[in-house]
Design a binder for this molecule. Sequence first.
Ligand SMILES: [Fe+2]
Length: 319
Amino acid sequence: MKNGPVFIKAAYKRKDTMIARFKHLIVALLSQLRIRNPIYFMKKKILRRVLMRKMLNSPVQELALIGAVNCKAIVENEVLDKWIKDYGLDLSNILPSEGNLAFPFFNEDVLKLLVDSKFSSILEGYFINMYGCRPVLQSIPYLVISYPNISHGSFDPKKNNFPAHWHTDYQSEFTVHVPLGEINSSCTHTVYAVDTHTSFFRPPSDPSKIKNIFKSFCGRGDAVMLDVDGWHHGHLEGSSPRLMVQFKFTKGNDLLNYPEQGITPKARMQIERTKNNIHTFDTIKRQLRKDMVFSQSISSQIPMLAVIEDNIKYYHDYI
Ligand SMILES: [Fe+2]
């Protein structure tokens, strides 16, 4: 009897180790076969089937079917012109660079887009039907500028700071791009493998196997909505810059909070690149000071915007 508990503990330990080893083996096997979390994607497939039966001919259904949709005329021209003027975003002020330029972009117009717009209702419909919950901002929105000084063919993921190789993002991540100018073949654009957002597989190592591709060409002020559980990448083209507001959402997982130990060297490099490659960065800085005050006034009671309160810290790295 004296050795009973010790024996039981040892037996449990052996069982734990065996389960851990088994789990490790399964994860390694799935990863070798380029298979993703099968339970998550099976659930997503089932919920999509339910959604397809109850909604007909809606953008939510198109999104569920393809994984990507272009939602037309979301931001009016006057608002886009105001942004360009207030932030000094004239194209002639921007230099080509070896990675994306980006700064936080959160103001009254952006808030309205998030809480009361055609895109926000499509997004909410998609999340409620596919995940059973409302979308949550993963990080503060950013104004992202892609103006590569290299061609797509010479892209090297180890050297260049563009997401230009086929990949998927955090599980349940959803991206919305609102371009300030037309997106066509003369600027960098995101390409997306149709109907891969419920796939059990990661992108194949041979990209020529990917045939059915959605190109995110769109008009000024449209919203390109992408479920980035699907395979995608930026196709680099540097004839003219792409300027867009980029929103990232998830079910509430993997929030991109400001790192406790401060931002990474890679993030610091991106900030420096942004400051150095926009001639009018002083105009942006002035506007960011106003945006920071506005962000501080936003109630953290709105669950979708909870990350804003934390991400305000990023403004200090820019101003
Ligand atoms: Fe991505």
